[in-house]
Design a protein. Structure first.
Length: 249
């Protein structure tokens, strides 16, 4: 797989109206970072089929996308994700997945009908993800689009499995951070001259004693990141501006 761009979709009207708090973004960002990856985008959207389809299509149009989708794969009327995935990424139809049907029937017996068995209706070519809590399977397509339940205790072990066994580990990112007693304008010229494979960001903060800025320099190339970071430190020393390493001064 070429260098992937990772995306998250967190589906749930209950999150947007604040009846529930999101538990997925922080977990996924941390899990990716541990393996040398980062999120390119994250979307929190309501249970609206048209919106889900358009968001899936947008992500699929990006270079080398890998999607982690949370929510909406159950059997209730507001669970639209299975059908939306079929529309956005396949031929629009759902098909009975034999392995999923067997798991649901073995787990629930006669109670699998008439509703839970609907979870075996999946987009064409879907493969299953094991559910460690109640065995009701999640699914994925093309080894890059992963659709999981909204319950963190179910989906988060699935994320760990995906990153361990399906997605190749990324290249570590080396990050150096300082906080200085100045405005971020001081750093602009150096930021503009930085090598293209060095990521630089600045976060200004206004305190009672004036402006401070937290500067972050990161790259997959450790030596290049260190060299670039040292240029900012030299500038601060030349200007006799106080700073500390890390996020706070």
């Amino acid at each position: 797989m070429k260098t992937p761009n990772f995306f998250a979709i967190i589906i749930g009207t209950e999150i947007l109206n604040q009846r529930r708090k999101d538990a997925h973004f922080d977990f996924l960002a941390d899990a990716l970072a541990k393996r040398g990856h980062k999120l390119s985008g994250s979307f929190v959207i309501e249970d609206d089929p048209a919106l889900i389809v358009q968001t899936l299509k947008f992500i699929a149009s990006q270079p080398n996308p890998v999607l982690f989708s949370f929510g909406g794969i159950g059997s209730t009327p507001d669970d639209h994700t299975r059908k939306c995935a079929a529309i956005a990424l396949r031929d629009g139809n759902l098909y009975e997945q034999p392995e999923a049907k067997k798991i649901i029937e073995e787990r629930l017996g006669k109670d699998a009908y008439p509703h839970p068995i609907k979870m075996a209706q999946l987009p064409k070519g879907a493969k299953l993800l094991h559910n460690p809590v109640n065995q009701m399977p999640a699914f994925y397509l093309d080894e890059r689009y992963f659709f999981m339940p909204g319950f963190p205790q179910m989906s988060h072990p699935m994320v760990e499995y995906i990153l361990e066994y399906i997605i190749p580990e990324g290249t570590p990112t080396y990050r150096f951070t300082l906080t200085a007693a100045c405005k971020e304008n001081l750093f602009i010229e150096l930021m503009e001259k930085a090598p293209h494979d060095v990521e630089i960001s600045s976060l200004p903060k206004l305190y009672d004693n004036g402006w401070h800025v937290t500067l972050s320099v990161a790259s997959h190339n450790k030596a290049l990141a260190e060299e670039t970071f040292e240029q900012f430190i030299t500038l601060l020393k030349t200007q006799q501006i106080g700073y500390s390493l890390g996020d706070d001064i």
